[in-house]
Design a protein around this ligand. Structure first.
Ligand code: GLA
Length: 384
């Protein structure tokens, strides 16, 4: 988390001496359950100690004045109810405000400065952290009374309507509901969730950032979602109650294979199997069987790469190197894909050897230094 002193000084410099309030919302990791959220399936994310933090104060006007520390203290102002701002980063605030209004909330103008340490483009949901941070802050300073679940939906709809990504709810939910030392097992259809302790003994969660972000990320994300919906539309002809892939079995999909476009079929098969893998991983976790959890994680990568088509050479390579290290129990790309990072469960005493090896080989092959990101599972969005 960024030092609040930096925010305090920045706030005083840009907005004068009155005391702001501070709010923070974290990024997330996800153990397993990828691309299942918008299909009504299950996910297993956790909030981390990398967050977006804001210093904010209501200004008794209709104007929002923002300063983005991580954009070299770039400034942007807009009027509530006015034109969408030009700066993409300011659209997250604009979107959150508009979505709050849509639900009957009425935030006023404010002055704010924000910054963070969620690695950008690493698949750790810096944008959900920003939405959850803005949502939590506005909810509190304007006493809007939204629940955390509503704030998660506000963040998700901000992505849909103002950023152009038809994302699921995992990232915003994790950022708002996460708890230190726990993962959130979330049913993305009912939004029922269980907070599960996550403290595998002798195992380290290692994140290796490819440092690449392919341009396709958001457009292909929406394409994947549409391909899943295409599969559902076919099944729905026979079972009209089916709304989401979550309700379709592999047998059912198989029996309509000839009616579904082959690419969409592959995408749907991945999602159905991914839900099963998550269940298997949760059962194994309950028995402290992290060898089995690791196997499911490896299988997820295989599916994301070959069936779902959201991996890339750089991610595949890091996972391939993992397979040559018996100390790595499982490794896979994490998040939406097309770049970002690999998450691996590695035996504590073999983690450094794997990291050194993968760094050396990755740099030799791609001429890029990968970034190793240390994370701790920490609390979700809050005033600080
Ligand atoms: C992105 C989206 C999430 C989810 C993941 C893939 O992070 O924001 O909603 O779909 O990709 O699991």
């Amino acid at each position: 988390m960024i030092n609040t002193q930096i925010l305090k000084e920045g706030f005083a410099k840009y907005f004068g001496s009155a005391e702001p309030l501070f709010f923070t919302a974290p990024g997330r990791i996800n153990i397993i359950g990828e691309h299942t959220d918008y299909n009504g399936g299950f996910v297993l994310p956790a909030s981390i100690d990398k967050a977006i933090t804001i210093a904010i104060r209501a200004n008794s006007s209709d104007t929002v004045n923002l300063v983005a520390i991580d954009k070299d203290y770039e400034k942007c102002s807009f009027n509530i109810g006015g034109e969408k701002p030009e700066r993409m980063w300011a659209c997250y605030f604009y979107g959150v405000i508009e979505e709050m209004k849509e639900l009957g909330g009425n935030p006023g103008g404010f002055d704010a400065i924000f910054g963070g340490d969620v690695p950008l483009g690493a698949g750790m949901s810096s944008s959900a952290a920003l939405e959850s941070c803005a949502g939590t802050a506005l909810n509190s300073i304007f006493k809007l009374g939204f629940s955390k679940e509503e704030l998660a939906k506000i963040g998700q709809m901000t992505e849909h309507h103002y950023i152009g990504v038809r994302c699921g709810i995992m990232d915003q939910f994790a950022s708002l509901f996460g708890q230190k030392g726990h993962v959130v097992r979330l049913d993305c259809r009912s939004l029922e969730y269980t907070i599960v302790p996550f403290n595998p003994k002798g195992i380290r969660v290692v994140l290796i950032d490819t440092m690449v972000k392919h341009k396709l990320a958001s457009s292909e994300y929406n394409v994947r979602r549409a391909q899943c919906e295409e599969g559902v539309a076919v099944i729905k002809k026979y079972r009209p109650e089916v709304e989401l892939l979550r309700d379709v079995t592999m047998e059912e999909l198989e029996s309509h294979k000839s009616e579904i476009n082959p690419v969409s079929y592959k995408r749907c098969a991945f999602v159905i199997n991914e839900n099963k893998r998550l269940m298997a991983a949760c059962d194994a976790m309950a028995k402290d069987d992290f060898v089995e959890v690791g196997k499911q994680i490896y299988a997820t990568h295989d599916g994301l790469s070959k069936q779902y088509g959201v991996s890339c050479d750089e991610l595949d390579f890091i996972v391939e190197v993992a397979h040559t290290h018996p100390g790595v129990l499982g490794a896979r790309m994490m998040g939406g894909g097309f770049g970002g990072c690999v998450i691996a469960l590695v035996k504590e005493n073999e983690a450094d050897t794997y990291i050194e090896d993968v760094k050396k080989k990755y740099t030799a092959k791609f001429n890029i230094d990968p970034r190793v990101i240390e994370v701790e599972i920490s609390d979700g969005a809050r005033q600080c």
